[in-house]
Design a protein around this ligand. Sequence first.
Ligand SMILES: CC(C)(COP(=O)(O)OP(=O)(O)OC[C@H]1O[C@@H](n2cnc3c(N)ncnc32)[C@H](O)[C@@H]1OP(=O)(O)O)[C@@H](O)C(=O)NCCC(=O)NCCS
Length: 167
Amino acid sequence: MQLLIREGTLQDLPFLRQMLFEAAYWRPDVHRPALQEGLSQPEIAKLLADWGREGDTAVIAETVMSQSVGAAWYRYWTDDNHSYGYVSADIPELGIAVCLDWRRRGVGNTLLSALKQQACQQGVESLSLSVEKDNPAHNLYLQHRFRPIEQVGNAWTMVAPTGIGIE
Ligand SMILES: CC(C)(COP(=O)(O)OP(=O)(O)OC[C@H]1O[C@@H](n2cnc3c(N)ncnc32)[C@H](O)[C@@H]1OP(=O)(O)O)[C@@H](O)C(=O)NCCC(=O)NCCS
């Protein structure tokens, strides 16, 4: 199935929220709350609050029928207001998820490559993230040169260069 990767817009916010839900409640063996309830948890709700701030960036994978099947995004945080994988104010933090039926087909890999390319074009040198140690997404991140810099509870904070200045 051919997929297109395009830049996200404000109209993609409902889909980004769905993908945030997938990322936050990724464990297949744990009961998940309903979508709105899960997204309303304060630590989750803040992650896409006021989406459209300067620097907010997303890429969307969609079918030729314009069905969105996955997204990757990043945004900046500050010392006073940040998320789990925060490192510094000049390193935006990444989120990613692919719809269940579309996983293990290379979509996540393609989205991450596209987002890193966007980051390069915007002069972003590094991206950070937080991933629980037993989340298989960890393997995807290693393939994209993310490396653990800190352990916070059961999660790794990881950082990768976007590729600026790397041949
Ligand atoms: C993580 C996620 C985005 C990966 O997307 P995907 O489209 O399935 O990933 P890809 O098919 O591009 O796989 C790329 C690599 O990721 C790793 N990977 C992805 N899913 C994996 C799994 N279930 N088990 C082991 N490795 C996995 C593999 O290294 C894979 O490379 P390979 O296929 O050559 O072995 C997707 O599984 C997902 O949406 N998970 C739920 C949300 C989530 O956990 N987000 C991250 C929160 S930190």
